[in-house]
Design a protein around this ligand. Structure first.
Ligand SMILES: Cc1cc2nc3c(=O)[nH]c(=O)nc-3n(C[C@H](O)[C@H](O)[C@H](O)COP(=O)(O)OP(=O)(O)OC[C@H]3O[C@@H](n4cnc5c(N)ncnc54)[C@H](O)[C@@H]3O)c2cc1C
Length: 287
């Protein structure tokens, strides 16, 4: 399909991007890597009058450690995040997640900020963002603002990004040093997007009980979610294969399951249990 007609402008700073969004008064749309927006334009699901290219704004790039958080600029590509030594050392679940996004071309163009701002229900990144207590940094007409990822993504392709604002970076909490992490994905055979993606960060304390556990699931419904029922059952318990299996049975409890041409709601519910059990076993037993 051919997109409807649009103009193109480039913003060279965050302030200029905001100014152009104001100037085009609802007709302007930011474009970063274009790997989610351009397909929407082609299907005419989005018909902005003007594309505002933010891809060269240097203030939106870079990865740094600030205390116990890792801050990743919105324009960081999936490839850069996957291979960055800070990400690999402190938040390996993010590296594991983004290296499973699309193919090499997609990872070279697609950005961390664009992935979260697009809020695709089948995106991989939200699972890692949820287990790493991600905070979204935004710059808008009234200056900087922050939002937890769970508050930011509210529905399929819907976020609470305020009008005329730019997602500038995402801040991820560094989990305790003794934890291990895994992202396990069952890809749609045609698109490669996750039918389900499960991220787990977990650790065993000195007293041999599970003292840290975060589980998040993406792809099965309208929004990703923390599987808090699974976490609640496991926290403080001695590790055993039996308890992991029992806890995984609760994996679908905290989210809405979708039904579509590829899978039924019931099948997705079952995928939640199976993939959560596999992810838990992988993180605790390495299998
Ligand atoms: C063939 C293919 C396969 C893919 N497979 C996967 C997959 O397996 N898993 C997965 O998770 N994703 C997948 N993707 C999506 C890919 O990860 C996208 O690149 C990413 O989701 C969006 O990043 P982008 O920079 O391309 O955003 P764009 O397409 O440029 O923008 C997407 C949306 O975000 C907004 N936006 C972008 N940046 C900002 C910002 N800084 N501030 C505010 N708003 C902003 C835009 O206005 C637009 O609404 C795939 C894409 C393709 C084309």
């Amino acid at each position: 399909m051919i997109p409807s007609k649009f103009d193109y402008v480039r913003a060279n700073s965050i302030d200029e991007a905001i100014q152009k969004l104001q100037e085009f008064n609802g007709e302007g749309k930011l474009i970063a890597g274009g790997h989610s927006l351009i397909p929407l334009l082609k299907f005419r699901l989005s018909e902005p009058g003007v594309l505002i290219d933010i891809s060269r704004i240097t203030g939106l790039k870079g990865i740094q450690k600030a205390g116990d958080r890792i801050i990743i600029g919105a324009l960081t590509t999936h490839f850069q995040a996957a291979n960055d030594p800070i990400v690999q050392e402190y938040i390996p679940v993010l590296s594991q997640t983004v290296r499973q996004i699309g193919d090499l071309q997609v990872r070279n163009r697609g950005t961390i900020g664009g992935n979260i701002a697009h809020a695709d229900p089948a995106a991989d990144l939200p699972a890692a963002a949820f287990v790493l207590d991600a905070v979204i940094n935004i710059h808008g007409e009234d200056g900087p603002e922050t939002m937890n990822v769970a508050d930011f993504i509210v529905g399929p392709l819907i976020t609470l990004l305020p009008e005329n604002s730019v997602l500038t970076s995402i801040s991820f909490a560094v989990p305790p040093a003794h934890t291990k992490a895994v992202y396990l994905k069952f890809s749609h055979p045609a698109s490669g997007y996750p039918v389900i993606g499960v991220a787990v960060v977990a650790g065993i304390g000195e007293n041999h009980v599970i003292d840290y556990i975060r589980v998040a699931i993406t792809g099965v419904g309208d929004v990703a979610f923390r599987a808090t029922s699974v976490e609640g059952m496991l926290l403080g318990q001695p590790l055993s294969e039996m308890i992991l299996k029992e806890a995984a049975q609760l994996a679908a409890e905290d989210g809405e399951m979708a039904s579509d041409l590829f899978t039924t709601e019931e099948y997705r519910r079952n995928l939640c249990k199976v993939y959560t059990e596999r992810a838990l076993k992988s993180v605790f037993y390495g299998n």
